[in-house]
Design a protein around this ligand. Structure first.
Ligand code: BTN
Length: 259
């Protein structure tokens, strides 16, 4: 009789390979790539064809069907933790820049972790710190998958890279592109500083529209205009009277664009 597969048997990678300074572990199916990456040292990355419990910020479900890119990369984050507060935004910026290099233009960031094509979401990021010295950048990119088949509500609000790009890009090619971009972004943060990165990130917002912020511990959302971020990842926001407010990212539960 065949012995029953245990959880750890099921969590063995299909392939582990060296990729441009990274060690990439590829799995067929995982609950989520982020916690698996969280147990690994810096410069390791984890990819899965399918995630059964893909999730985003505040525990929201992230549909992770076959054909999309579900990737988590472990970056070193030396020094004080607070100075890396900008990392989730810098990772989104790096992903947009890398996609621009392969001809996918016109993407924008929506605070804090969405990569948008117009009003539709192409990709989302979830950055988690499992250890003080490293951070896991989890990114999900809709590529050739069909998230609306799992959740019809995603039909109007998500978009795939195949719909945007001139021709299909393989998941291997995109993995390499993103891992390089995350490495270069980490180096840029260390060498050029966090203020320089904030300036680059601020070029990618749509700042004109009205937004609604749900603040932790406050019932009524506040409306106003999102102005960008500072070097510590704090939000700048003007209220309808024109007064400027600075908010810690941790104070903001949700930012919603108001039509
Ligand atoms: C969001 O939009 O709320 C963030 C979605 C992040 C999804 C990625 S896919 C790889 C990694 N594993 C997860 O469970 N989440 C991230």
């Amino acid at each position: 009789m065949m012995p029953e597969a245990t959880n750890s048997d099921l969590l063995l990678p299909r392939r582990t390979q060296a990729v441009d300074g990274w060690t990439l572990h590829s799995y067929s199916t995982l609950p989520s790539t982020n916690p698996v990456a969280g147990a690994l040292p810096a410069w390791h990355a984890v990819r899965a064809d399918i995630q059964t419990h893909g999730h985003g910020r505040t525990g929201r479900t992230w549909v992770s069907d076959a054909g999309g890119l579900w990737l988590s990369a472990v970056l070193p984050t030396p020094g004080p933790r607070q100075q890396w507060a900008i990392l989730p935004l810098a990772a989104g910026w790096a992903a947009i820049e890398s996609l621009r290099k392969i001809g996918v233009t016109g993407l924008r960031l929506r605070w804090p972790n969405d990569i948008m094509a117009g009003r539709r979401k192409l990709a989302g990021l979830l950055v988690e710190q499992f250890h003080p010295e490293t951070a896991v950048i989890g990114i999900g990119v809709n590529v050739a998958n069909q998230p609306h088949r799992t959740d019809p509500a995603l039909g109007n609000i998500s978009i795939t890279l195949d719909e945007l790009a001139e021709h299909h890009r393989s998941l291997d090619e995109l993995t390499l592109l993103l891992l390089r971009a995350f490495r270069d972004m980490q180096l840029a943060l260390l060498h050029n500083g966090f203020a320089d990165m904030a300036g680059r990130i601020n070029a990618h917002w749509t700042r004109s529209g009205l937004v609604e912020l749900s603040l932790n511990g406050r019932e009524a959302p506040v409306r106003g205009s999102f102005q960008g971020i500072d070097a510590e990842g704090r939000l700048w926001f003007t209220d309808p009277g024109g007064s400027l407010h600075t908010l810690e990212a941790s104070q903001v539960a949700l930012l919603r664009e108001v039509d």
